[in-house]
Ligand binder design. Sequence first.
Ligand code: HEC
Length: 203
Amino acid sequence: MLLVLCVSLCFGCTSPETETPNETETPAETPAETPAETPAETPAETEQEPAEEAGTETPAETPETGPGPEPTGEEIKAYVTEEDNYKNWELWPGTGELDEGKGPHGDMITIYVSDDAYSAIEEKAGIMPDSSTIVKEGYNSDGELEAVVVMHKIEGFDPDHNDWFWLQYDADGEIIAEGKVLTCYNCHTRQANNDYLFTGGIK
Ligand code: HEC
């Protein structure tokens, strides 16, 4: 289809010029036909393009989230597993590996914190700085990893909820929830005065 359109368009463009000098040649008829067809097809095709553009919501979303493209769950996952593997981080001060879970995130939990998050907890900073990250592994009672939940702070990402990017993926790395996740911050809102954090006071 595209090829046909292209070819006919090209004919349409070039024919008026090529036609005049080559008046006597037989192909003169062909270009005469093609331009007649082209206008009929072109409106149909061109209509689609603006429609597609209007359907794309990206421009509408961008102003809401501030400058820069919105990060994806895959990017945040890659950040905490490859770029700066959370397994090398400190545990949340005062917690241990496979502690008993008190929330919905597993029977046993291990909570890792990035350096800046660690300092904010130790210094009772009241609020965590940009790029602070908390990664929590949730295990079932058999000690099998079931879910990983992440809170990663991105300045300007969601000012109404202290700019946390919420992420959950399963043991296979498949993303279950990402971004401004209502179910996550609705429950964590109970701790809004503690930067949405349950595990320990940071004030
Ligand atoms: C029903 C309430 C509830 C929901 C929904 C919930 N959480 Fe939590 N979350 C908790 C509680 C309670 C804790 C602390 C106890 C624990 O870790 O077991 C916690 C702890 C955490 C922590 C460790 C930091 C902290 O706050 O102490 C992270 C990270 C986390 N949740 C991420 C998430 C993400 C991501 C989602 C959404 C996919 C989510 N949570 C949904 C209740 C909830």
